[in-house]
Design a binder for this molecule. Structure first.
Ligand code: ASP
Ligand code: MG
Length: 586
């Protein structure tokens, strides 16, 4: 007998007809012999309606009272669905988050799940019941040991479902929704987006802006960490939908179901060289030329960074394996003869990376990584960030020291430390999906001192205010007084707080100043096969060049290539890249 956790979202239970239809579907599944735990959202828009009611009484309702109010939405659905199931002759019992024993942190409105007590559910399942659980809510014991209702944050029912599946060791967790699954890009922007049959959890996390619309990102993190199969499919047909997969297989430990320690490994990659091309022309097609030439030469490029440019020239920096250095050098020299610019090469470099789910969503993690390195006196040559990995390129001679200090800082055990790991990839595509994030702004701190600690201080200051920096890029070019540029993007909403955070910093660095970039869009191509395919980045740049789109910034990570383009070019860029990688439906 298989144990399934099924979750039905707000639209799927939006009215009585739909609740009855969902009940029929559950009844069929039960009759087919499955054990079922069903998680539901509040009906339709009722969470919004409840929120509006509260806001019509007060602009700043206490968060405890908001949780008390919002948790009633799901309570309506669980009882109605259980009534509908019983009417169909299926024994069903509804339970609130507190009744189940979904224990959370005390942070009202955004509580993370610590553990789930499964005894009561298991007892009901044994007696043949379908257990209908209220999503999005839990309970905390509070400081005074008094139970308090908490909610997990908007969209949190997905997280309730996968957390239950994890605690119950279910065979699968199915998220039923009003779309057929996860698509290769946003269908509102690109009409011929296609359904993905599978996607890895890491890819899904990297496709954040795409994924978040379909699934709560915290649900993906849980599925990733514990390796529970997660399926997204339509409530209205029997199509298989999209399956999210993960190779991780943690077991539930003491640190809480939604991990308080998200870093799960550290990697040191040795024998790397950093190639810098500076003062090359800033026009569409240059990056494409460069990386196509390298890929024709069979050279697998790892990180690529292109920082903001002043005047009309660009700097592009990338890393390769030392064994490819000679050939790379020759190819780059030829290119520079044709285009102009300077070539710099740094040998004997290493890449140190931390890996885990949702790293960039927890702004303190990258900051702690950079800070640990700077306290060990290690200068960061390049930085690459992504949702699942943060990397720094450092001098090879600091590699082991960095590895040791960072492992200690994140409390990593021997088996979590990997030296020169090989990329294994089981036929995964180089690009699985493409996402556009139009809600970012770009900022640069210019002339920041080139000494250990600058990046750490910058990231820490933002992290202290809970602001996540994305696409952090540290330039090659040196400015007056030997300073460098660190550019980064952040959510538009966070921009207004950035000045306050930076003012004290700029006092410490009197020569440095802040510059706002042009309006941007961030476009990312993501694929688990990217690390083993040569030339993916070059192909993405070519797609943009063909459409005459200029790339303002490039930042790659293991399974993601991100380009920052002018805001107006965003949708066009998305369409071109989607088409170029043949993701469109035939
Ligand atoms: N009802 C909650 C919301 O609308 C939780 C959920 O549906 O996932 O955010
Ligand atoms: Mg949802």
């Amino acid at each position: 007998m298989t144990l399934l956790v099924q979750k039905f979202g707000g639209t799927s239970v939006g009215n009585i007809e739909r609740i009855k239809a969902v009940a029929k579907r559950i009844a069929l599944c039960k009759e087919a012999g499955h054990e079922l735990v069903v998680v539901v959202s509040a009906m339709g828009n009722s969470t919004d309606e409840l929120t509006n009611l509260a806001l019509s009484v007060s602009k700043t309702p206490p968060s405890r009272e908001m949780d008390m109010l919002l948790s009633t939405g799901e309570q309506v659905t669980i009882s109605l669905l259980s009534i509908a199931l019983n009417e169909l002759g299926i024994s069903a019992t509804s339970m609130t988050g507190s009744q189940v024993g979904i224990i959370t942190e005390s942070a009202h409105g955004k509580a993370r799940i610590l553990e789930i007590k499964t005894d009561r559910i298991k007892e009901l399942l044994k007696n043949g019941h379908v257990v209908v659980v209220a999503g999005f809510q839990g309970t905390t014991l509070g400081t005074s040991k008094t139970a308090e209702i908490t909610t997990l944050g908007r969209g949190g029912s997905d997280t309730s479902a996968i957390a239950l599946a994890t605690a119950l060791k279910a065979d699968s967790c199915e998220i039923y929704t009003d779309v057929p699954g996860v698509l290769t890009t946003d269908p509102r922007k690109v009409a011929d987006a296609q359904l993905m049959t599978t996607v890895t959890c890491d890819e899904m996390l990297e496709l954040a802006s795409l994924g978040a619309a379909v699934l709560h990102p915290r649900a993906v993190e849980i599925a990733r960490n514990y390796g529970i199969p997660l399926v997204v499919r339509s409530s209205w047909d029997n199509q298989p939908g999209t399956t999210l997969t993960s190779k991780e297989k943690r077991s539930l430990g003491k640190e809480g179901l939604e991990l308080s320690k998200p870093v799960n490994s550290i990697e040191l990659l040795e024998k790397q060289s950093v190639i810098g091309l500076s003062h090359i022309p800033d026009q569409p097609g240059i990056a494409a030329d460069l990386f196509e030439t390298l890929s024709e030469g069979g050279i697998n490029v790892d990180l690529i960074i292109q920082s903001t440019h002043q005047g009309n020239s660009n700097d592009i920096t990338f890393t390769i394996a030392e064994e490819d250095l000679k050939r790379t050098k020759l190819l780059c020299q030829k290119l520079i003869q044709r285009l102009g610019g300077n070539l710099t090469i740094q040998e004997k470099m290493s890449k140190l990376s931390i890996r885990g789910a949702g790293i960039m969503g927890r702004p303190g993690i990258a900051a702690k990584f950079f800070d640990t390195l700077s306290k060990s006196g290690i200068n960061l040559r390049l930085i690459a960030t992504s949702e699942v990995k943060v990397s720094c390129v450092i001098n090879a001679k600091s590699g082991n020291k960095g590895l040791r200090y960072v492992s200690e800082a994140f409390d990593l055990k021997d088996k979590q430390i990997k030296i020169n790991p090989t990329n294994i990839c089981n036929g995964e595509p180089e690009v699985r999906g493409v996402a556009l994030d139009p809600n970012q702004v770009q900022l640069s701190v210019i002339n920041i001192p080139d000494i250990p600690g600058s990046a750490a201080i910058l990231c820490q200051s933002f992290a202290d205010e809970g602001i996540c920096l994305h696409t952090i890029v540290q330039s090659e070019r040196k400015y007056e007084s030997n300073g460098k540029i660190i550019s980064f993007t952040m959510n538009k909403d966070d921009r207004k707080n950035a000045d306050d955070i930076l003012i004290p910093l700029l006092k410490v660095w009197p020569q440095a100043y802040l510059e706002d970039g042009k309006a941007i869009a961030r476009i990312s191509a993501v694929g688990a096969g990217m690390p083993v395919s040569i030339g993916t980045a070059g192909r993405m740049f070519r797609a943009l060049a063909n459409a005459n789109i200029n790339i303002l910034m490039i930042a790659t990570s293991e399974i993601r290539t991100t380009c920052i383009v002018a805001e107006n070019d965003g949708i066009k860029a998305l369409k071109e890249v989607h088409k170029f990688f043949k993701l469109a439906s035939k």
